[in-house]
Design a protein around this ligand. Structure first.
Ligand code: SF4
Length: 505
């Protein structure tokens, strides 16, 4: 629960004879955790003069769609309503927070197949190279966002192929390096969703009698049904037509590289990603942390608390696994739905504002505080010093973390962009076989003012996820980036980090 993520959520609905705007709105609400900076929808109606219509604004979904103003909500649903549509939640990986950066991005054109709207979830690692190439082709870039670059490549390939969408996305897969799941709708009413060839971000589909649905996460599909959910494969395209879904392999799959962080932190706890439950994975993380526990824990002096909300199932199962389930309790309360990474500015102040301790639970106790991860350490350091020790009166604070030390940046969409900002980056040489040395744990514990610190091991994490290690991206833990640009950036940036004597021997 450190301040670290900028993702997006995408969804699509194709429900003949009904207004999909209502379902898109609900799906966006259910994907709110993936992006809170802006939201929007594009719909297609052949009976409308303006075939494709897009409505988008900055802000949370509910506010974007009228807030408490029911009349405004109905007005928007009617004005932008149609049976086919796509939706997007944004927390941008690049670009400032203005409406023009919010997706879907619509490219208006007088020719049906060249008029399209799309939204994407991910981050393009080779954006710079793509920008240079497209500029050479005479394109002008106005916005500081990879979505604009993607729009120009889509336009170019739509023109080059005469609008053959299978070919368009095959060409896109040859250009783009990184994480990119896309929902796309054009002026002919054709609607597709694609998952990138590495499968870095999740994407799922649902077929019901009512129609066809796509979502970044299954949590936004459940209201339509829990049967017939299908996880879209890397390099696969879902084609939505007349309420039915068909599938097509538009690009050769690469090494499957699902981001492990989706399970541990980012995805909703109710979601299922590629056949594995997020909730069950988090519970298993708690068991793995219990397995490596070295403290002698009893129910008199100790209490186990989660940093809300992600770590709750982890802490609960940890307490059960060490054999004293009665010591699991709530010691911290998070206020507001916002996450600390959403705003810029003084992170520590925001953390202070966001939480309050429950002194009756913590006071005089040896507290085991469990969190999903430590990135920069601002959140944990503030919680320990201010909330747990000063306000809560904890006697000791022992930190247990369900992600191994994060030692390298992410080039695929999580806001961990440089070695310098990562508290564990200097300790790469201290990690052997996925286990960090005690000396390094002690040093980091001192920095965050904890009495002890333990990270889950790489093996423990993989076992908790229950998937083949080779099917996961764990590059921020082991620097094994799945894509060529990730590997190039890593070689360059790590060398520069070490040249500045930042690595601890
Ligand atoms: S580098 Fe880390 S955060 Fe980024 S996609 Fe890979 S596993 Fe996820």
């Amino acid at each position: 629960m450190d301040d670290k993520v900028d993702f997006c959520g995408i969804c699509a609905a194709n429900i003949p004879g009904m207004n999909a705007a209502y379902d898109l709105y609900q799906m966006l609400c259910d994907l709110q955790h993936r992006g809170q900076a802006g939201a929007g929808i594009s719909t297609y109606d052949p009976g409308r003069k303006i075939l494709l219509r897009t409505y988008k604004r900055t802000g949370k979904v509910n506010d974007v769609f009228g807030g408490d103003d029911e009349e405004r909500f109905e007005e928007l649903m009617n004005k932008f309503g149609a049976s086919i549509g796509i939706g997007h939640n944004r927390y941008g990986t690049s670009g400032s927070l203005s409406t023009r950066h919010v997706q879907p991005f619509e490219r208006t054109h007088g020719v049906y197949h060249k008029w399209f709207s799309f939204g994407f979830n991910g981050h393009i690692a080779n954006r710079k190279e793509l920008e240079e190439n497209i500029k050479k082709d005479g394109y002008h870039l106005m916005l500081d966002t990879d979505t604009e670059v993607m729009m120009h490549y889509l336009s170019k390939h739509v023109s080059d192929t005469g609008g053959d969408l299978k070919e368009v996305f095959k060409m896109v897969s040859e250009d783009f390096d990184g994480a990119y799941n896309i929902i796309f709708l054009d002026g002919k009413g054709r609607q597709v969703a694609i998952r990138d060839p590495w499968g870095i971000r999740p994407l799922s589909s649902l077929q019901t009698e009512k129609g066809a649905f796509i979502s970044s996460e299954t949590c936004a599909l459940y209201r339509q049904g829990t049967e017939n959910i299908r996880h879209i494969e890397p390099g696969e395209m879902a084609i939505l037509e007349d309420g039915e879904i068909t599938y097509h392999q538009y690009a050769k799959p690469r090494r499957r590289s699902l981001c492990f962080f989706e399970y541990i932190y980012f995805a909703d706890v109710t979601s299922n990603i590629d056949g594995r439950s997020v909730y069950e994975t988090r519970k298993r993380c708690g068991e793995e942390l219990a397995r490596i526990e070295t403290q002698n824990i009893n129910d008199k002096e100790w209490v186990v608390i989660p940093v809300p909300n992600t770590a709750r199932p982890i802490a609960n199962s940890y307490a059960k696994a060490i054999g004293v389930p009665q010591i699991f309790d709530e010691g911290l309360i998070a206020y507001g739905k916002g996450r600390t990474f959403i705003d810029e500015g003084d992170r520590s102040k925001k953390v202070k504002r966001k939480f309050l301790p429950i002194p009756s639970v913590i006071k005089g106790k040896k507290v085991i505080v469990i969190d999903d991860s430590i990135v920069r350490s601002t959140t944990m350091a503030t919680l320990i010093k201010y909330h747990l020790r000063k306000l809560g009166g904890a006697k000791e604070v022992h930190v247990r973390i369900a992600t191994p030390p994060i030692v390298a940046p992410c080039y695929y969409g999580i806001d961990m962009r440089s070695f310098e900002e990562l508290i564990a980056a200097p300790y790469q040489e201290h990690i052997n076989n996925g286990i960090i040395s005690e000396k390094a744990e002690e040093e980091i514990a001192r920095i965050i003012n904890a009495d002890s610190l333990k990270f889950i091991t790489h093996d423990g994490l993989v076992s908790a996820i229950g998937k083949d290690r080779d099917s996961l991206c764990m590059a921020c833990l082991n620097r094994q980036y799945p894509t060529p640009t990730g590997q190039t950036l890593d070689a360059k940036n790590y060398k520069s980090f070490c040249n500045r004597s930042m690595c601890k021997k």
